[in-house]
Design a protein around this ligand. Structure first.
Ligand SMILES: NC(=O)c1ccc[n+]([C@@H]2O[C@H](COP(=O)([O-])OP(=O)(O)OC[C@H]3O[C@@H](n4cnc5c(N)ncnc54)[C@H](O)[C@@H]3O)[C@@H](O)[C@H]2O)c1
Length: 280
């Protein structure tokens, strides 16, 4: 992996939830290349092994830790494991999350639903609740558990992951959009709450990136773009999907004490201009 620029995180300890995912794994590698010791956190530690192995091969330090971001006891165990190993936590990246397939409403507008087609009225609200829980509580709970160990640490900072759905609801995914809007709101809340305690809290709002979780929504089984994918490209002033690597520079800026030491409560879009274009 090539870093867009280098910052010095030597001696710092970073925890990345969803560290085995596409974006989380990339963040783990980037933080390690800057010298941080990285805890790759996921529900099943073994899924983080390839990320850990990459980091070790590149001469960095990493460990896989198993925890479910919705399970307080498992997060507490993870925190104790990390503290026992490295003695502190400086950086938390709340990257676990994503859209839940079963919570998707299958049409943009109710008028498009054919008779007998699943729609908002037939949707199982438990699936939408799962999506809200994963994204919103899956950010609040790790912030509570790991944040408690970060107060007073050098360069203590938290980076949450919001989305374009936070600026206005994306069609078909009301649960995901609502949860990400709440994450942006929580980022601002926590920025104030921890401001005098030395923890900076910011968020990234990625635009559209091709990863495993959204592939089926954006591409047909034969690889051709879905109508939704075409709309995304038309609505992105830069006219393309982002590469996950485009997020690295923004992450490094937000965790750099020299680069963003006076920045807190910011939700930084990395989106080719999607958030500022209404289509006309
Ligand atoms: N891909 C995009 O275009 C895009 C756009 C905007 C925001 N995001 C956000 O970026 C983040 C990472 O997404 P990604 O695209 O890398 O997806 P991904 O599916 O590759 O990664 C998500 C990770 O979260 C983990 N996870 C899920 N539930 C968990 C739980 N209960 N406990 C612990 N870990 C859990 C998964 O195992 C996986 O490792 C998500 O918050 C997603 O909403 C992605």
């Amino acid at each position: 992996m090539e870093l867009p620029f280098r910052i010095d995180l030597t001696g710092q300890v970073a925890v990345v939830t969803g560290g085995s995912g596409i974006i989380g794994g990339m963040f783990c590698r980037a933080l390690a290349l800057c010298g941080a010791k990285v805890a790759v956190l996921g529900r099943q530690a073994e899924h983080g092994e390839p990320v850990k192995e990459d980091i070790l091969r590149a001469g960095g330090e990493a460990v896989t830790v198993s925890a479910d971001v919705l399970d307080k006891a498992s997060l507490e165990r993870a925190r104790e494991e990390i503290l026992a190993r490295w003695g502190k936590i400086n950086i938390l990246v709340n990257c676990a999350g994503g859209a839940v397939k079963s919570a998707e409403i299958p049409q943009d507008q109710f008028a498009d639903a054919q008779a007998d087609m699943p729609n908002f009225f037939t949707a199982d609200m438990n699936n939408i609740k799962k999506e809200l829980d994963l994204n919103l509580y899956g950010t609040l709970l790790p912030t509570q558990i790991f944040g408690a160990a970060m107060v007073g640490q050098e360069n203590a900072c938290i980076v949450n992951i919001s989305s374009m759905g936070a600026y206005g609801p994306l069609t078909r995914i009301p649960g995901y959009s609502g949860a990400k809007a709440a994450i942006s709101n929580f980022t601002e809340w926590a920025a104030n709450y921890f401001a005098k305690s030395g923890i900076r809290v910011n968020a990234l709002a990625p635009g559209f990136f091709q990863t495993t979780q959204n592939h089926a929504l954006h591409f047909n089984p034969d690889g051709t773009p879905t109508p939704r994918s075409r709309k995304i490209i038309e609505s992105t002033p830069m006219g393309k999907y982002g590469e996950p690597e485009d997020l690295i520079g923004a992450l490094l800026f937000l965790v750099s004490p020299r680069g963003s030491g006076f920045v807190t409560g910011v939700v930084l879009p990395v989106d080719g201009g999607f958030h500022c274009y209404l289509g006309v």
